[in-house]
Write a protein that binds this ligand. Structure first.
Ligand SMILES: *[C@@H]1O[C@H](CO)[C@@H](O)[C@H](O)[C@H]1NC(C)=O
Ligand SMILES: *[C@@H]1O[C@H](CO)[C@@H](O)[C@H](O)[C@H]1NC(C)=O
Length: 219
């Protein structure tokens, strides 16, 4: 499995379908200035204002505040908007760890490599726990097992070549078993109809345990 990940190219992400996406907000003390244009809507609480923002009362709404004196919601289209007092909620900056929509389906990214700065030559413990940052990361075998162990998922692999061509392949029934099996990976089939890679590059790793530089479980 890791051999494949390292082989396919420079910019690569592995995606797994998940059932639903959530918009994540975090709370934050609002500042006292009003430098950002906002839309005003009626509202009775911060929660209601956050909901109005999420439901896009303002196109591209990214932050909301509740003004208790006037019982109004202030909605802004930038996350770092300044509000005149009160407490604001702001959408978390988009991160590659957030679910993404592709052709009407929602995917959770399990690995992303774009800049080539993050080393993927790591040991067993790090592959189990996960590593990286918001942009480039491996979410970890334990999490991948949680996502796919009892309900196999559709796996999508995207690879971008140095000349900027995108190659896609999809697999049905992707599942990674638990630590007691050394995270054995398998899948039902390579979906040639939704793939434009010439071969099934995962075939050699089907039914195999996970291996890392310090722990070869497939000798
Ligand atoms: C492969 O398929 C994807 C998704 O359909 C498409 O965007 C991409 O351009 C295709 N790549 C090539 C090299 O044809
Ligand atoms: C998992 O890997 C360890 C270390 O390589 C090995 O000793 C153990 O037998 C493997 N477990 C299974 C179920 O094969």
């Amino acid at each position: 499995m890791s051999r494949f990940l390292l082989a396919v190219g420079f910019s690569l992400c592995l995606l797994i379908t998940v059932v639903s996406a959530e918009t994540v907000f975090f709370t934050d003390e609002a500042t006292q200035t009003t430098s950002t244009p906002t839309t005003v809507a009626s509202g009775g609480s911060l929660t209601e204002c956050a909901l109005k923002c999420k439901l896009q009362f303002l196109k591209g709404c990214s932050a909301a505040a509740f003004v208790s004196g006037t019982q109004k919601c202030l909605l802004a289209d930038t996350t770092n908007a300044d509000f005149p007092g009160g407490v604001a909620v702001r959408k978390q900056a988009a991160s590659t760890q957030d679910p993404v929509q592709i052709e009407g389906r929602t995917f959770k990214i399990i690995q992303h490599r774009s800049k080539g700065l993050l080393s993927f030559g790591r040991g067993w413990t790090e592959y189990e726990d996960g590593f990286g940052d918001e942009t480039d990361f491996w979410i970890g075998l334990r999490k991948i097992h949680q996502l796919t162990g009892s309900s196999p998922k559709l796996l999508r692999v995207e690879a971008v070549t140095w000349s900027d061509e995108l190659y896609v392949c999809e697999y049905s029934g992707f599942t990674v078993a638990d630590a007691s099996t050394n995270y054995t990976m398998t899948y039902t089939s390579y979906l040639s109809g939704s793939s434009n890679t010439t071969t099934d590059s995962l075939a050699d790793n089907k039914g195999k345990q996970f291996s890392t530089i310090d722990r070869d479980n497939n000798q």
